[in-house]
Design a protein around this ligand. Structure first.
Ligand SMILES: *Cc1c(COP(=O)(O)O)cnc(C)c1O
Length: 361
């Protein structure tokens, strides 16, 4: 078995080889303890050091200020869709949702079960999510404003973030740690780990302490952000192995030079891929607005669905895997998360040129 493939999966996605190699080396005997990190108590010294190091790396890489807590939770980003309104959408309040894709729709659906919501902007008409709204229709005194920073399925991304009076809450599942952020402008940022941070099973949450304090005190304890913040995410057993792998991934980003470097690397990859699409005389076509193009999930179409199927089959054969678009939209999608190297994207760009030469009529 070789790892000579390029993994463009949308999620769970590829992990950086050095992070996996480190896990491989440490698997049976973590730090000379004679046990795997999975077999350690979550209250023991070995795991505690991993837990704290992971939190410290999140703070360092994103420049998280003291006003914000870093939490490791469970239930996926979808769990957060539910617990955000449960905690922060009180009686008589309205929550603003910017609906730019399937995941924002799902977040909105959950909030509707809890209280009043208002759609403050959309990513296009008739569920055709090809853009990012440049202006928002915000509610005065809203409980919060919810956005999806990167739309994993549609292939669009906020290039800059709106300024809001109400706390800005962002689902960053598919672009967290892909670029530097000004965390102080957000009430909360959350991300399921399985796109850009590690394996599935852990959700990274960064939330303003004052927002956490305002959370509902009548919902079950396990669902309150405050419960987890008060106990530094050790209220109950955290997903220890997922946190450990996230530690390895973050240490790899840190070694590479942090998020400025990562953003430049991601820009290089996206520029190469969009360049290949734009220079194809319309053979490859990007369905999204040019100023909304995602740097993480790059979607495109071919002249026919038959050619798309052929492209996917031959690309897979060539070791370029995971390029099938989401089943709800079809087409092609290359998820170029942090772990995908510029060389890997280069292989895809070469393949695209060859495929076009062989198949254009
Ligand atoms: C994948 C994804 C989700 C869903 O994450 P789960 O952890 O499976 O609940 C939510 N939002 C975005 C933007 C995603 O990409």
């Amino acid at each position: 078995m070789s790892r000579d493939i390029v993994n463009f999966n949308a999620g769970p996605a590829g992990l950086p080889a050095p992070a996996l190699k480190r896990a491989h080396e440490e698997l049976l005997d973590y730090a000379g303890t004679g046990m795997s990190i999975m077999e350690h108590s979550h209250r023991g010294k070995a795991y505690d050091a991993v837990h704290k190091e992971t939190m410290a790396l999140v703070r360092k890489l994103l420049g998280v200020p003291d006003t914000h807590d870093v939490l490791f939770l469970q239930g996926g980003a979808s769990g957060m869709f539910a617990t955000i309104p449960m905690n922060f959408l009180g009686d008589g309040q309205t929550a603003d949702y910017v609906v730019t894709g399937t995941w924002s729709e799902k977040a909105l659906e959950e909030a509707k079960l809890i209280g009043e919501t208002h759609v403050a902007g959309t990513g296009g008409v008739d569920g055709n999510y090809t853009s990012i709204p440049s202006e928002l229709d915000l509610t005065d005194g809203a409980a919060y404003v919810h956005i999806t920073s990167n739309n994993t399925i549609a292939g669009t991304q906020f290039q800059s973030f709106p300024t809001t009076k109400a706390p800005l809450i962002a689902d960053m599942s598919s672009d967290i740690m892909s670029r530097p952020l000004d965390v102080k402008n957000f009430g909360m940022i959350y991300a399921g780990a399985q796109k850009n941070l590690g394996p599935s099973g852990v959700v990274l949450v960064i939330a303003e302490k004052s927002l956490i304090e305002r959370g509902s005190k009548t919902i079950p304890k396990i669902l309150r952000y405050k419960t987890h913040a008060d106990k530094e995410s050790l209220y109950h057993t955290p997903p220890t192995f997922a946190v450990y792998i996230m530690r390895n991934v973050l240490a790899w980003i840190d070694e590479l030079g942090g998020l400025e470097k990562m953003a430049a690397r991601n820009e290089e990859k996206a520029t190469a891929l969009y360049g290949a699409i734009d220079a194809s005389d319309g053979y490859y076509r990007s369905p999204v607005d040019a100023d909304a193009r995602s740097r993480m999930n790059i979607v495109w179409r071919l002249p026919s669905e038959e050619l798309e199927a052929k492209f996917i089959a031959e690309a897979t054969e060539a070791g370029l895997v995971g390029l099938k678009g989401h089943r709800s939209v079809g087409g092609l999608r290359a998820s170029t998360y942090n772990a995908v190297s510029p060389e890997g994207v280069g292989r895809l760009v070469d393949f695209m040129a060859k495929f076009r030469a062989a198949n254009a009529s």
